[in-house]
Design a binder for this molecule. Structure first.
Ligand code: NCD
Ligand code: ZN
Length: 343
């Protein structure tokens, strides 16, 4: 049996680092293993302008533990007031790597997101011109649409029209959870990519709801039925260049998760690579792990893959059930299966 597995150092193409004490508490779990990450802009208030992104980038860089090499790839939060010129200038100076679209009200801290998509047409036009990718939170917020159908409906009502109106716009469907999203990506060209989280490769909706409600498995988009999880596994482990890792590691304190109206998000940064190695090995696809974690993402974003490598060792990983932060404990995602690889 193989005892070690070496891959190029991975990148995380969808990560929530938060700010302040929480940023300082969670960043080391990412910077230990990952070289770069696309940093989500849904702070309170959100990262809307180039000036916001510059200041946030500097706070992240100041929080990197000594000895770790980590590059935050910044994003701007798209609002109906976003100025195309500000976006273009931020891209030209190398400050931002993508713009993030949240439908207003779709998820944590998305109140400033977009309601009227015609109002962002000029920004999207500019982004298509300059080759700046759009990352989408792909869920409609129409109260009449069932929460388990919101991703599939988003594809028809929002994503497909945007892509038809802006040919050439590079789009990432973030944290996909359905076979509908996998099929949509497969049916299109390489201007379209998708990130898949660690947790959506492991849990289906039964994990959240059977035998008592499990708030630590609640995230958005919410995990779907098993057939969808299997479609995600197949896409992730296929090596197809359009699918790459975005952990969506989204720390919330236990106090904010364990409420009558608890926050959405799974904190997976502390054990993501161990879980992924397990998943890929179970599917006899350990040889495709590097494509998913370290090659496909940079290729989509037009960046070079990392030169440095990381070696996974066949040993039971050690990680705490929760990490302590000045704001309170944050529970680490429980993969509900034994893990056999560590970094
Ligand atoms: C994210 C968060 O907590 O910021 N939560 C989540 O459930 N994934 C927001 C998001 O990416 O939807
Ligand atoms: Zn997210």
């Amino acid at each position: 049996m193989t005892q070690t597995h070496t891959i190029r150092r991975p990148d995380d193409w969808h990560l929530h680092l938060r700010d302040g004490d929480m940023l300082r508490a969670v960043l080391p779990y990412t910077s230990r293993d990952f070289a770069r990450a696309i940093i989500m802009p849904n702070l309170v208030p959100p990262v809307v302008t180039a000036a916001d992104a510059r200041a946030y980038r500097d706070r992240i860089i100041a929080a990197i533990p000594a000895g770790d090499e980590f590059t935050p790839l910044m994003t701007l939060y798209l609002t109906e007031d976003t100025d195309p010129a500000d976006v273009a200038a931020a891209h030209a100076e190398g400050l931002i790597t993508a713009v993030k679209l949240y439908p207003a009200g779709a998820t944590t801290n998305s109140a400033s997101g977009v309601s009227d998509f015609t109002k962002v047409a000029k920004v999207l036009e500019k982004m298509a011109d300059i080759g700046l990718p759009l990352c989408t939170h792909g869920e409609v917020t129409d109260p009449s649409v069932d929460i388990f159908d919101r991703e599939a409906v988003f594809i028809d009502r929002v994503l497909d029209p945007i892509r038809r109106d802006h040919p050439g716009l590079r789009v990432v469907m973030e944290h996909i959870t359905t076979s509908d999203a996998v099929d949509y990506v497969m049916a299109h060209d390489s201007t379209l990519g998708a990130t898949i989280t660690t947790h959506h490769l492991v849990i289906n909706r039964n994990h959240i709801l059977v035998g008592g409600i499990k708030p630590h498995y609640y995230c958005l988009p919410v995990a779907k039925r098993e057939t969808h999880r299997l479609a995600l596994r197949k896409a992730a482990t296929s090596g197809d260049a359009r699918f790459f890792l975005g952990t969506d590691s989204a720390p919330h304190t236990d106090a904010n998760k364990l409420l009558p109206c608890g926050c959405a998000g799974c904190f997976t940064a502390a054990n993501t690579l161990s879980i992924l190695a397990e998943v890929f090995e179970q599917d006899a696809a350990l040889d495709k792990l590097e494509a998913f974690t370290s090659l496909n993402g940079p290729a989509f974003y037009g960046l070079s893959p990392n030169e440095a490598t990381i070696t996974l060792v066949r040993e039971t990983p050690e990680y705490p059930p929760h990490i302590d932060t000045p704001d309170g404990p944050v529970t680490v995602f429980d993969p509900a299966m034994p893990l056999n690889w560590t970094t």
